[in-house]
Design a protein around this ligand. Structure first.
Ligand SMILES: N[C@@H](CCC(=O)N[C@@H](CS)C(=O)NCC(=O)O)C(=O)O
Length: 214
C-alpha cells in the first residue's frame, strides 16, 4: 500500500493524488505540513511534500513519483506506450511546471499570502510569462485533455498548476494571463471527474485545518 504524505492544499501533493486516483492505485494519506524534522527529512531530504512511502522505501519529487507509479502500476496508464508520444507528454509537463508554475510562483507571496513582491519581480515574471504562455499554447491541445484525447500525466500537472497561474496573474496584474486559452472550459470539464471532486473536497477540508492551525 502506498502512503501519500503532505497536505491537501499543496498543488504538487494533489498532482500525485490525481495520478493515484486516476490509476486506481490504493493509497492512504499521512498529513505533513512540509516540516523539517528528522522523520520528514529522512524521507524527503528537503522536507518538501509530497513524498510517498512504498513497500521498498520513501520517494520524493512529484514527477519522479508519478513516473514510478506509472512503472510500478501499469494498469490504467497515464502515458502512452509509444516512446515519442510519451516524451511529448513529459515535454508538456515540463512546460507547465518549469515555464508557467515555477515562474508564477514568484508572485504567490503577494497574490495569496498577504506579503509583498517587488515591482521589479512583477515585471520580470510578466515578461517571462508573456514569452512562455504562447510556447505552452503550441504544445497544449485541450482536445479535450491538455495533451490529447486521453487523460495523462500532463493533466495531473495542468489541473493543479493552471488555476494557480490564472489566480496569481489576476491578483497581481488585474488580468488572468491564461484567459486567451481554453483553460476555464477545460477546468470545468475536468472538474466533473471523480478524482477532481475528491481532490477539491479534500483541499477544502484542509483549508479549514490550515486556518485553525494559524
Ligand atoms: N519540485 C517539487 C515541489 C514540491 C513543493 O514545492 N512542495 C511545496 C508544497 S506545494 C513544499 O513542500 N514547500 C515547502 C518547502 O519547500 O520547504 C515536487 O515536484 O514535488
Amino acid at each position: 500500500m502506498i502512503t501519500l504524505v503532505g497536505f491537501a492544499l499543496s498543488n504538487y501533493y494533489n498532482k500525485v493524488k490525481l495520478a493515484l486516483l486516476e490509476k486506481g492505485v490504493p493509497f492512504i494519506e499521512e498529513l505533513n505540513w512540509a516540516t523539517k524534522d528528522e522523520a520528514t527529512l529522512a524521507r524527503s531530504p528537503l522536507g518538501k511534500v509530497p513524498f510517498i512511502v512504498t513497500e521498498h522505501g520513501p520517494l520524493s519529487e512529484s514527477q519522479v513519483i508519478v513516473d514510478y507509479l506509472e512503472r510500478a502500476y501499469p494498469e490504467h496508464p497515464l502515458v502512452p506506450a509509444d516512446a515519442y508520444q510519451a516524451a511529448r507528454l513529459r515535454e508538456l509537463v515540463t512546460y507547465i511546471e518549469l515555464y508557467l508554475e515555477l515562474v508564477a510562483r514568484r508572485l504567490y507571496k503577494e497574490a495569496f499570502f498577504g506579503g509583498k513582491v517587488a515591482q521589479e519581480t512583477k515585471d520580470e515574471v510578466r515578461a517571462e510569462l508573456e514569452k512562455n504562455i504562447p510556447a505552452f499554447a503550441r504544445l497544449a491541445t485541450f482536445a479535450p485533455f491538455v495533451g490529447g484525447s486521453s487523460f495523462s500525466i500532463a493533466d495531473c500537472s495542468a489541473l493543479v498548476c493552471l488555476p494557480t497561474v490564472s489566480m496569481a496573474t489576476k491578483a497581481i496584474y488585474g488580468e488572468d494571463m491564461l484567459a486567451g486559452l481554453p483553460v476555464r472550459d477545460y477546468l470545468k470539464a475536468m472538474g466533473e471527474r471523480e478524482s477532481m471532486k475528491r481532490v477539491a473536497a479534500d483541499r477544502k477540508a484542509n483549508q479549514a485545518l490550515a486556518a485553525a492551525r494559524r
